[in-house]
Design a binder for this molecule. Sequence first.
Ligand code: ATP
Ligand code: LTN
Length: 326
Amino acid sequence: MKRVFSGVQPTGDVTIGNYLGAIKRFVELQDTTEAFFSIVNMHAWTIPQEPDVLKQKTLSLAALYLAVGLDPDKTTIFVQSDVPEHSELAWYLQCMTYIGELGRMTQFKEKGEGKETVSVGLYTYPALMAADILLYQTELVPVGDDQKQHLELTRDLAERFNKRFGEAFKVPEPLISEFGARIMGLDDPTKKMSKSAPSPYNRITLADTPDEIRSKIMKSVTDTENEIRYDPERKPGISNLLTIFSLFSGETVDQLVARLQGKGYGTLKKELVEVVVGHLQPIQERHRQILESGELASVLRQGGERARQEAAKTLQAVKEKMGLMV
Ligand code: ATP
Ligand code: LTN
């Protein structure tokens, strides 16, 4: 079985972009692969956090992993900071990463832009992400389109290390779906939907109430025509709504366009509200039950132990190759 690793940061509320681009795909992979899914809380500290809020978001994201259908008997679910091997390998990898490589990362440029101070952690973060992936001899990394560049750096680092010191890492492949890997903002369909965009009208979160979902979809930015057609270049708003609709309902975009032809944007939006609310309500219900049940503590403890076992094997080999075991 192929090894899979992916992580989501416990910052902000998980959006339907995170869900459709990444988390929903984790669930599809759990039966056919050996997967590790992490709540990457150390990454969260690349920007300032409130400790109490971070703790609560970490548990909430772990509960969400279970609520969408991840099964701890099939996959390893763990909190990144429970496995100290991540930061240790990250240090060794940082020493093999060039300043120029990190400076080219678009996520760093975007998140650092306009800020008075930017932490060193935000800059070196791709080396920590590479460590996350390489520790588990990962072959496949399911992510959204925005992580492509970080995956390329991870591959370069694995190859660089293997060439210099001998095989220690598998070289991982990104698993980015052709459809849905980049859900766009509802308020501006030319930019990706983001947890951290200033306006709540940018995104639908998995915690939104039916009224919030309705209001956000009905107000979403489209265009001045009234023709339902899939054309991401010329009609990014409508195309984004059709993509979301298709991924939630299972109807193809062609089927949707044919069925809704001539009915106008209002009908498309109203139907989409029903589909999204219908899909999210059971997840929200399970999320609430899991948080109340207290079952998370043992799931995360076992996941952390299992992850540590695997991570320690890789780290040991790395340290031997680097002359660090004396
Ligand atoms: P921010 O938008 O604040 O940078 P984020 O949502 O990108 O946060 P993560 O929580 O780490 O950051 O993302 C988790 C996963 O969701 C990643 O695999 C990422 O590629 C994917 N993802 C994020 N936004 C989208 C989107 N708009 N469409 C599809 N996938 C997405
Ligand atoms: N960088 C990612 C989150 C992330 C991740 C990972 C994804 C951290 N470590 C390892 C896949 C594999 C983000 O910002 N979306």
